[in-house]
Design a protein around this ligand. Structure first.
Ligand code: AMP
Length: 412
């Protein structure tokens, strides 16, 4: 398996290497890379503070030790230009609200002001640096820029899982300037632990549920996770390429014509690795891609011309439910129907219910990557699963077996 988490050891389901838990920050300044790339309204107010909440435990630990925290992040895509719209000044009130402390603001992440303000920071204080991406050097992974940032603090903490797949100055390059004082924050540790549980140390049977629209975007994930899983549930739009390849009539359902042989190859590979694959057996079809379209149930192999499969049917929901309730570790990526349309959300809701029930019975469940995360939040399942990943792209790349630059920089 290509998945690789060097140096990350688990003990009683807990990381004990390279996380901030093993360092006493008393009288130390910690430069903490966070991902405060938060959604904002037209008047620049924060509309979802999940990413700020997610790093509170890390900030609290450092402050409780008697250290000080210098927060650094990017916001949006200012592409190396200073702009009012992307200024972090606009989100300071929300950060203060969530962290429950005053947050000083430095209007430039470089230069005299930054040196003075970081130099004068006292234990217990928090300082936020202005948007790192006001400098092109950040995304370019510029070493001098990273070194300048490193001068502000005694320790470097990466708690930005959402940008861990980027090799930027503040997410990866900077770590070399803290050879013995670089750590994962508690959010990063939780994310890495969750992935590790699914792909390496999870209790069996392990079930992966992959949905969403396209097979092409999930192939690398499927190939990488096959050695780690016992069951693979394939749903959503991508299932129809498999059904067509297996000889089914899929009407106007989503199809990636040129991926049919690949779909068959995946089924072969799964069989060779003793992974049981579950495809939907029935579907809710519609006569157009519209919430108010005419709809009815159909056998997945027998969809009439002019109709398309939009959601998992009741027999598929039962089938998936049985597999999920018999699993001890569950990974879910991608909705199994067009959940954005209320008339076609029932299959994905039923799947959410099954995963919630399995979790209640003691299974570990990880929801990661893109639309399934949007789904669990929108439908209130975020408290009913074990872990919801905060990093879309970073989670997907991890599942694809890539070592994230932000992770490698701490580990190596
Ligand atoms: P992805 O970004 O590939 O994970 O795909 C997520 C999208 O897949 C969501 O917007 C769903 O509406 C869509 N989706 C799920 N099932 C179907 C389906 N049967 N037909 C068309 N789109 C679907």
């Amino acid at each position: 398996m290509r998945f690789n988490l060097k140096f990350v050891k688990l003990k009683n389901s807990d990381f004990f290497m390279k996380t901030i838990k093993d360092f006493d920050f008393k009288d130390k300044k910690a430069l903490v890379r966070v991902d405060f790339n938060v959604p904002q309204s037209a008047d620049l107010k924060v509309t979802d503070n999940t990413r700020i909440q997610a790093v509170k435990p890390t900030v609290d630990k450092i402050l409780n030790d008697g250290g000080s925290v210098i927060l650094m992040t990017h916001l949006g895509r200012p592409k190396g230009k200073v702009s009012e719209e992307f200024s972090l000044k606009n989100i300071v009130p929300e950060i203060e609200k969530v962290l429950g402390s005053e947050v000083k603001f430095c209007p430039d992440c470089m230069g005299e002001d930054a040196l003075n303000m970081t130099g004068n920071l006292k234990p217990g204080e928090i300082l936020l640096l202005e948007n790192l991406r006001f400098y092109n050097e950040e995304e370019a992974g510029d070493k001098d820029f990273a070194e300048k940032l490193s001068k502000y603090a005694d320790a470097y903490v990466n708690d930005a899982f959402g940008t861990a797949h980027r090799e930027h100055a503040s997410t990866a390059v900077i770590a070399q300037f803290f050879p013995s004082t670089k750590f994962f924050g508690l959010l990063m540790a939780k994310e890495l632990e969750a992935i590790d549980k699914v792909l390496k140390s999870g209790e069996k049977p392990v079930t992966a549920i992959l949905g969403g629209s396209k097979v092409s975007t999930k192939i690398t994930i499927i190939e990488n996770i096959l050695p780690a899983i016992d069951n693979l549930i394939i749903g959503g739009g991508m299932a129809f390429t498999f059904i067509k390849a297996l000889g089914g009539q899929i009407g106007n359902s989503l199809l990636e014509e040129d991926k049919q042989s690949l779909a068959l190859e995946i089924l072969e590979k799964a069989k060779a690795q003793n992974v049981k694959v579950y495809l939907p057996v029935d579907t809710i079809i519609a006569d157009e891609f519209n919430n108010d379209a005419d709809r009815r149930e159909a056998d997945i192999y027998d969809i009439p011309e002019g109709w398309m499969g939009m959601d998992a049917g009741p027999k598929s929901r039962d089938l998936f439910n049985d597999v999920i309730l018999n699993s001890r570790t569950i990974l879910w990526n991608g909705p199994i129907g067009v959940f954005e349309m209320p008339n076609f959300s029932a299959g994905t809701v039923a799947l959410g219910d099954s995963i919630a029930e399995a979790t209640k019975l003691g299974a570990f469940s990880l929801v990661g990557g893109g639309d399934s995360v949007a789904f669990v939040k929108q439908f209130g399942y975020d408290d009913k699963v074990s872990y919801v990943s905060t990093g879309g792209g970073a989670m997907l790349e991890s599942l694809e077996g890539m070592e994230l630059p932000g992770v490698a920089a701490i580990n190596n």
